[in-house]
Each structure stands twice: as structure tokens, then as C-alpha cells.
Design a protein around this ligand. Structure first.
Ligand code: ZN
Length: 258
């Protein structure tokens, strides 16, 4: 998929911003792209691009709650899990796998969903890069995971589901907590522990190692406790990082299969 860039000027601070538009997007008519805050311009922009790549309109959507407010508007985690169910787990896996996630058809719901999703990761989930918000679902790049936010359905795309068991468990545990911030922090802490474990595997595992020993290594290096059943999620993160070589060195015990 080819990507073209279009330059726009931020209507608030007049700084130049670069917008990425895929050929799939602009060949199908007017494209809406949301551009998150950049290093020079702190504004979040909704950009409308014509099929000939001219810019029809640039709109500042900071008021939509994406930036600048200490408590960005989002659904509660419990609300998102209730509304999107297993689709939300897919979306988490999608971000962990560095796949492009496209939210379409309802910009308002898309932005709300993005806000909630992005809070679950320590590393930034970049709007316009990791997550695209587009008006029409057909505007999504061909290889993306696409969710229609009006009808709450998956349009197309697939994810590696080997971390789902862990992710579902984190979400289920989190939404038993009444305080939304606490629920969000709980999931974020769990996911960041998986990422950290993947870092440690990457740094330290040089030869075939039993999964149990690998977990002990993580605990000793960083005092992070990962459950045995979460090791598959760690291996998925390694594969997504292009480190299948490391993932293959971890030997799961036959009797430990869950
Ligand atoms: Zn600006």
C-alpha cells in the first residue's frame, strides 16, 4: 500500500503539519484523517482530503477531548468492554502487534474509543499512525484491522489471538473495579509487565530455555511477576517485534498447557 503525504497548516498555531494518506483512502473520494498532536503543534486536527489530494478543510478538534484536558473524554473501560466485547480485545491485540487499527463510520465514537484504548498503553498509541479514524470504512488501508464504530462490528482484518486469553482476563478483572482510573491503570500495568518481560527475554535469553525458568529470570531481573499462562502473550509481543528467534527459544512444558 502506497502512502502519500499532504501538508496542511494548523488553523490554530499556523504550524505546518504532514498528513499521511494511503492510496486506498484517497482513491475512494473525500478522506477524513485525524492527526494527533505533533512536536511543533500541540493540536489535534481533522483533515479532509480530496481524491486529487487537495485539502478541502482542516479542523481543530481539541475540543472533542483528545488533548489539552486533564481528563480526556472517553467511555469508562467497563462501558467499552460492554459495548465492544471481544472486538475490544482484538483492538488491544492489534495495537500490541503494531497493526494499523482503523476506526470508522462514527467519528465521535471512534475518538471516544481511541481515548480509552490509548490510556491502556504506556507507550504512546499514535493517532494517524497506529490508529486511523476515517469516515467511511472503505477508506481504510487494505492490511488494517477495521472496526465500524457505528454498528460495533469488525469490517475486516484479523489479529493473532494468542494473547487473547491473557488480555480478556485482565479486562474481566479490571471491570470488577468501580473506579475507572483504577481499572485503566490495572490493565496498563498488566500490559506493561508483558512488554517488560518481552524486553528481558530479548536481552537475556540466548539459548533454549524452559518457560518456567524464563519467568524466574524476569522475576529476578525486574521483580515483575508474570503468570505462566501469560507467557504466550509475551511470545506474541516478541513475534510482533520481529523477534521470533527469541520466542522460539522459550520451551513451553507439555504438562503446563492450559
Ligand atoms: Zn497547531
Amino acid at each position: 500500500m502506497a502512502t502519500t503525504t499532504v501538508d496542511v497548516v494548523c488553523p490554530v498555531c499556523r504550524k505546518r503539519r504532514r498528513v499521511k494518506v494511503s492510496d486506498v483512502q484517497y482513491s475512494r473520494g473525500l478522506t477524513k484523517v485525524v492527526v494527533g498532536p505533533g512536536s511543533d503543534c500541540p493540536h489535534t486536527l481533522l483533515v479532509f482530503v480530496e481524491p486529487d489530494l487537495s485539502v478541502r478543510r482542516v479542523q481543530n478538534i481539541d475540543q472533542a477531548g483528545l488533548t489539552g484536558t486533564p481528563e480526556p473524554r472517553g467511555m469508562s473501560l467497563r462501558g467499552v468492554v460492554k459495548v465492544f466485547g471481544g472486538l475490544f480485545t482484538d483492538m488491544l491485540a492489534c495495537v500490541l502487534q503494531h497493526r494499523t487499527l482503523v476506526l470508522c463510520d462514527d467519528i465521535d465514537v471512534s475518538i471516544t474509543l481511541y481515548n480509552t484504548l490509548s490510556r491502556l498503553f504506556v507507550e504512546p498509541v499514535r493517532l494517524g499512525v497506529d490508529v486511523l479514524i476515517v469516515g467511511g470504512c472503505h477508506e481504510a488501508p487494505a492490511d488494517a484491522y477495521v472496526v465500524n464504530c457505528k454498528y460495533f462490528i469488525r469490517v475486516r482484518g484479523d489479529v493473532d489471538r494468542s494473547a487473547h486469553r491473557s488480555l480478556d482476563k485482565f479486562l474481566r478483572e479490571a471491570i470488577t473495579v468501580d473506579d475507572n482510573d483504577a481499572a485503566v491503570l490495572f490493565v496498563r500495568q498488566k500490559i506493561s509487565a508483558l512488554m517488560r518481560a518481552a524486553d528481558i527475554f530479548q536481552d537475556k535469553i540466548r539459548s533454549r530455555t524452559l518457560a518456567r525458568d524464563a519467568l524466574t529470570l524476569v522475576e529476578q531481573s525486574d521483580n515483575i511477576k508474570i503468570r505462566y499462562e501469560d507467557i504466550r502473550a509475551v511470545l506474541m509481543i516478541l513475534r510482533a517485534r520481529g523477534r521470533s528467534d527469541v520466542a522460539k527459544r522459550i520451551v513451553m512444558g507439555r504438562l503446563d498447557e492450559f
